[in-house]
Ligand binder design. Structure first.
Ligand SMILES: O=C(O)c1ccc[n+]([C@@H]2O[C@H](COP(=O)([O-])O)[C@@H](O)[C@H]2O)c1
Ligand SMILES: Cc1cc2nc[nH]c2cc1C
Length: 370
């Protein structure tokens, strides 16, 4: 375990204009993956003793990694889940089955190693980096709050979640966390989060960015039922109506109806893509962040690897809109990055196939029309 307070890139002291410029540098630094390396990887895989494309998604992942790392011989050197935490003013409206104080309590549990995400990152041999972007109450020691932008978002049913400047600061803080992880040797990242209420802004973002209905994007989160779920729909509709975000300006949408931890995950995805590092997505909140990243630069999509299909149905709509499919069907809806962590071994397996499986040429197995 690790925590996300890290090398200060002076994000705190930057003006809105400087933040916007810095974000634009990241966005414009994202290049398309290398087609030739991807093609060469597919040729390597086609030489293995198997019917063509019979390893399905494993082949897709190996090919994707080759394009991203710009070599037909990609390697995984270090893995980390970047867990971003933030609270949500909209919980006042009764949109979550859980009370707000749980966010801080869960964050402490991850720091002491007891969360589901601790178990699954340990299982995968990955690091966990926890960053407080906006928990609503103090956490200890105080250094852990060094990256906090504010004590939770404002209530989106009454006005914007945050200012544009706060959204930019959150995005760049996420980018900084990703950059530090990469500098410390990680070359595959995953997004994770905690934040009571965060399925509400996620559903709002998915509604606005994809054009689906609020009902389609919204699920029961931590466990809302019947009338409470209908009330959540009404709150999200109200939030979209009163904030009237401009879908052509992703930062406007993010700042008005998003979340601090959602912004940080989007920033991490973009920075990783700029540095030619893939990011594994988790559930609905990660997918909402991925939509923000995709709207800011569609090339970033090629650096995203999906993991599980969350029980929170808006995730599928977000992923479909981006053009990627979930790979694991486990009926999960915990968040934290737990589904993403389970994808690390799959990615490693894909590269092992490329490196260790015998070829028709060397094994004595005859080739044929298969
Ligand atoms: O990842 C998911 O798809 C997911 C689905 C439902 C709930 N969650 C987690 O539950 C919290 C949000 O649920 P809620 O009902 O408070 O909006 C937050 O801490 C998420 O990590 C996560
Ligand atoms: C309520 C609750 C919400 C969560 N979100 C992520 N992990 C969680 C664990 C609990 C217990």
């Amino acid at each position: 375990m690790n925590n996300g307070f890290c090398k200060d890139l002076n994000i705190r002291n930057m003006s809105e204009k400087e933040l916007e410029l810095r974000l634009n540098e990241i966005i414009s630094g994202i290049k398309k993956p290398d087609f030739n390396s991807a093609k060469e990887m597919q040729e390597r895989l086609d030489g293995k003793i198997k019917p063509t494309r019979s390893l399905g998604v494993l082949e897709d992942i190996a090919v994707q990694l080759a394009g991203i790392q710009r070599t037909a011989y990609p390697e995984i050197k270090g893995k980390a889940v970047l867990l971003m935490a933030g609270d949500h003013g909209v919980v006042k409206e009764g949109v979550s089955a859980a009370p707000q104080e749980i966010t801080a309590q869960l964050f402490n549990s991850y720091l002491s190693g007891g969360g589901g995400i601790n178990v699954l990152t340990n299982h995968a041999g990955a690091d966990l980096v926890c960053t407080d972007l906006g928990i609503s109450r103090p956490i200890s020691p105080p250094e852990l709050m060094a990256n906090r932008i504010k004590n939770g978002t404002d209530n989106i049913a009454e006005g914007p979640a945050m200012t544009r400047e706060e959204a930019l600061r959150s995005l760049l803080t996420g980018a900084m966390v990703a950059s530090n992880a990469i500098e410390s040797g990680k070359n595959i990242l995953a997004t994770g989060e905690v934040g009571i209420g965060n399925t509400t802004p996620s559903a709002a973002l998915i509604t606005v960015f994809t054009g689906c209905s609020v009902e389609e994007a919204t699920g029961s989160g931590t466990g809302l039922k019947n009338d409470a779920l209908k009330h959540k729909h009404e709150v999200i509709k109200k939030a979209i109506k009163i904030n009237n975000p401009n879908p052509d300006d992703p930062i406007d949408v993010l700042s008005k109806i998003g979340g601090l931890e959602i912004a940080a995950m989007a920033g991490a995805i973009l920075e990783a893509a700029k540095q030619k590092v893939p990011t594994i997505l988790d559930g609905i909140i990660s997918s909402a962040a991925a939509l923000v990243a995709a709207k800011l630069n569609p090339f970033s999509i090629e650096y995203m690897i999906s993991s599980h299909s969350s029980e929170e149905k808006g995730e599928l709509i977000a992923l479909k809109h981006i053009g990627i499919e979930p790979r694991l069907f486990l009926n999960m809806r915990l968040g934290e990055g737990t589904g993403a962590a389970l994808m690390f071994p799959m990615v490693e397996a894909a590269l092992k196939i490329a490196d260790e499986m015998a070829t028709f040429e060397t094994s004595g197995v005859s080739t044929g029309d298969f």
